[in-house]
Structures are given as C-alpha cells and as structure tokens.
Design a protein around this ligand. Sequence first.
Ligand code: ADP
Ligand code: MG
Length: 287
Amino acid sequence: MGIVKTDNVVYEYFRRDEEGNVEGITTAVDHVNLEIEQGQFIAILGHNGSGKSTLAKHINAILTPTEGTVWVDGMDTSREDKVWDIRQTSGMVFQNPDNQIIGQVVEEDVGFGPENMGIPTRQIWERVEESLKAVGMYAYRKYSPNKLSGGQKQRVSIAGVLAMHPKCIVLDEPTAMLDPNGRKEVIRAVRGLNQVEGVTVILITHYMEEIIHADKVFVMDSGRIAMEGTPRQIFSQVEELQKLRLDVPQVTLLAHELQKRGVDLPNGILTIEELADRLAPIAKRGV
Ligand code: ADP
Ligand code: MG
C-alpha cells in the first residue's frame, strides 16, 4: 500500500444557522480515490472551494471521512489511538506562516515538535540543525521569527515539521501569501526535501508553475478528482483546465495557440526554455 491511500472518501460539512440548526450540507470531498507512493512529489490543483484543504486535512487526521477510508502509512485515520502516529508520519504546513510559528527564536520554534514527541534534548538539537540546513535557514537559527520575510518564515515552519522526521509532508498553499521571491525559496526548499531527504511531498497550490516538477498532479473540482496525470499530460489539456477555472501558464497558452495555427509543437509545453528550443529551429528555417 502507498504512503497515502483513500478509498471512496466523502466529507460533508453541516451548515448551521445562528441557533445551531442544520441548514444544509456541503459535500466538500466527493468519492475521492487516490494512492500516493512513498517518495513521490504530488501536486493538487483546483480553484477555490474545490475541496483541496478538506482533503489535505484528512491526510493529517485533522478530519476523518464521513464515508470511506483514508490510510496513512497503512494506518486507518479514523482510529483514534493512531492519531499521534499519523500526525508524526504526515506533517502539515499551512498558508499563513504567522499562525504556525510560536517560538521567540527560530531554533526554539523548530525544536517544539520533537520536544513534544519526547525526543531526548541532544537529539532535538541535531534534528533542529539538520532541518534548518535542509530548508536553507540555518544561518538564521538565532533570529527572532518576526524579523524574517514571509518566505523565510514559511521555510522555518517547514523545518519545524521536518524536525519530527515525517515520511510525508502536506503543504496547503504554502506560497499563497508570499511574494514571487518567497514563493521560489519555498518551492526550492520543498523540492530539496523531496529529492535529497526522500520525503513524500503533497503540494496544494493554485500556481501552475509550481507543479512542473511534480511526479503526478491531481486536479480537483467540486470535491472530485477531475483530472490526474503527469504535469505534461495535465498541461496538454488547455481547454479542460480553463473549464475548471485554472490559470494556464502564459507559455503553455502561447504554445497551444501556435499549435492551433499549424506550428509543429508537442502538447503540454511547460517552460519558456522548452518553447524556445522547439521554436528556434522552425524560425531559422523561416517557416
Ligand atoms: P479549497 O481548499 O479547494 O478552497 P475547501 O476544502 O476549503 O476548498 O472547501 C470545500 C468546500 O467546503 C467549499 O464549498 C467550502 O465552502 C466548504 N467548507 C470548507 N470549510 C468549511 C467549514 N468549516 N464549514 C462549512 N463548509 C466549509
Ligand atoms: Mg484551501
């Protein structure tokens, strides 16, 4: 079994009025089946309200399914006696770094997770050091978090999760509140965790350019998995992505338009370099 597996997962929120009476039900996750292998880099895309955060919270046992089953490293998340094991196996990073950092000093903040796990002090310091190095924040270990940029804070949050030695890390729009530089720093750190440390990464984002290195992409719509495939397979389906209200990268759109006008290009161009490499020989031939 993969590190994460879901079987027909449904999650319903009950909407209540001021007196607490149930007004209606929102099906936020609607029969989702997916399997993620240890070490994969997974991206989950989808417009606002498509159910991404609700699904993510199932992978950390913050929520448990209304129907169906979620397993994290073989553990059924609805088993209450497994909640702590599940949260150590699968850590979570949220959108707003300010809500996640509690320490007065960076290294202290990163140490909270392993400390709560009852790890001996000497090992805590080893873990803090290795985690801060992994996200490129070791030089800032003595800083006060409120002196850091958004991207730096978010990398400290990631180090805090990493210090618990999870097999899997779920990041729910970790770059949504960051400037373009901060976004790049965070994505670089996340790719490093995956490639160097072998941590399974589940990255939720609505920035398409952040998913080009993923092994696999799931696109959600109305609580369902509407598309799944490699980034190239997903980006090849420009019209479908637009129907799902996703912003297709400019370079992919341009390649798609050129293709429609008869220029010989492959489907799913992902980067400017790739398009330039394909167009240069055509342009030189003067077609
Ligand atoms: P996404 O992360 O893709 O924006 P969410 O999982 O947050 O989507 O939301 C999915 C659906 O569930 C939306 O219709 C949203 O309004 C609803 N929803 C999310 N959180 C709650 C909540 N705490 N109570 C009621 N409905 C909610
Ligand atoms: Mg969300």
